[in-house]
Design a protein around this ligand. Sequence first.
Ligand code: PEP
Length: 257
Amino acid sequence: MSQRLPLIAGNWKMNNNHLEAIALVQKLAFALNDKDYDNAEVVVLPPFTDLRSVQTLVDGDKLKIGYGAQDVSAHDKGAYTGEVSGAMLAKLDCSYVLVGHSERREYHHEDDALANAKVKAAFKNEIVPILCVGEGLEVRQAGQQVEHVLAQLDGALKEVPAGQAERIVIAYEPVWAIGTGEVATPEDAQEVCSAIRKRLAELYSPEVAGAVRVLYGGSVKGDNAPGIMAKDDVDGALVGGACLKADEFVKIIRFGE
Ligand code: PEP
């Protein structure tokens, strides 16, 4: 475990209407005894339609739970039907936004150039991107996971200055582990997370590499979280399925206890 404050982020994907969102955040806050919890930073990433409700609840009750969105447009404004801009997310006080999640890459054909544009759009609006990278099964079976992930990283960070890069969050999410119940071993996670950190040192500096939080994502649950989080270069988790139940998500958040 590193000195960086662990970040545990829950990607709700396309789940929970705004009423269900309020109920889940309330349960989470209650289970965390939110006001005096400080072992990890906790963030939820609901669908766009829930953000206003989550903002109202978090502000009203002064919860320590952060929130953000699952995607951001690469464009500032205009004729982009269905898209949501960084400025709109900033207006809702979003702290984070996912960029380049494997489901966006697979179902919406997003590539590294688009991830790069979205990283820049997020920073332009003072929102921290959580950049998702990760290899599919064939790449893993060919033993090419590190090269694959580093190429994704290079592409998404093109012309992103060090002053921004030091605030980014990288989520290493092997595609074969997402939603499958097949979690990477702590050693697999460490291999790629440490390679990401080394590349950040090459692209920027050891200081930037030391500041960036690198998360693991892919079938993280309460039971497997402690082993993964114990690794030196793993600074938290991006959680899908297990974040939809407050009790299981809290088990992950309390991984060190
Ligand atoms: C994800 O979609 O980012 C994810 C990690 O999902 P799951 O935890 O369900 O594998």
